[in-house]
Design a protein around this ligand. Structure first.
Ligand code: 5RP
Length: 219
């Protein structure tokens, strides 16, 4: 296993401490979360089940025999565990590298506590080196791209990708994200945008970051 994969695994396993017995756990998407799902399998008798942020995570949860519930019937979610493409010191993130940003943002909104798990390479001083994913209704693609250019970004259509919600992704380069909450709001105001990958208004509550040797907790 590479050092980075080992770091992801350590961060993911540390998140198990935040899972309360008898609850439905919110589960994100990505390679770091896959380690969390694998670790959660050992606890499956102790939890009620999970709500999932993607078809990929749902399939992995089910392959371990963990029941997956519809969010609408799940009630309160105590904890949501997910990765990030970038995270700053305020625990604001860019997410959506795996294209699951909309469902991730919905489960994060419901959850009482958002635990971000990542290797330390995801820590940044300023968000925006990683291109910001924006999920867009397909017919609005060109319009939204032109509006994003007006905001100073360079949108690139993620070729061949359809999200779990049937939409497309624009990856936006060269944004100057010095005010993440304001930019998150501005992007959401563009007609045709479903969600953008800035998780700033609702960031993480806890970050578990690992370099492969130890896990650092940030709050
Ligand atoms: C998926 C995400 C992931 O959390 C993010 O891309 C990090 O993925 P990984 O754990 O594979 O590095 O937002 O939409």
């Amino acid at each position: 296993m590479s050092t980075q994969d080992n770091a992801k695994r350590l961060a993911a396993e540390a998140a198990i401490a935040y899972v309360k017995p008898g609850t439905i756990v919110g589960v994100g998407t990505g390679s770091t979360v896959n380690y969390f799902i694998d670790a959660l399998a050992a606890l499956k008798q102790d939890i009620e089940g999970a709500v999932s942020s993607s078809e990929a995570s749902t399939a992995r949860l089910k392959s371990h025999g963990i029941p997956v519930y519809d969010l609408n019937g799940a009630g309160d979610i105590d904890v949501y565990v997910d990765g990030a493409d970038e995270i700053n010191r305020h625990l604001q993130m860019i997410k959506g590298g795996g294209g699951a940003l909309t469902r991730e943002k919905i489960v994060a909104a419901v959850a009482k506590t958002f635990v971000c798990i990542a290797d330390t390479s995801k820590e940044v001083d300023m968000l925006g080196t990683f291109p910001l994913p924006v999920e867009v209704i397909p017919m609005a693609r060109s319009y939204v791209a032109r509006e994003i250019v007006k905001l100073g970004g360079d949108p690139v259509y993620r070729e061949g990708v359809t999200t779990d919600n049937g939409n497309i992704i624009l990856d936006v380069y060269n944004l100057h994200i010095d005010e993440p909450i304001a930019l998150e709001g501005k992007l959401n105001q563009i007609t045709g945008v479903v969600t953008n990958g800035l998780f700033a208004a609702r960031g993480a509550d806890v970050a578990l970051l690992s370099d492969g040797q130890q896990v650092i907790t940030r709050t």
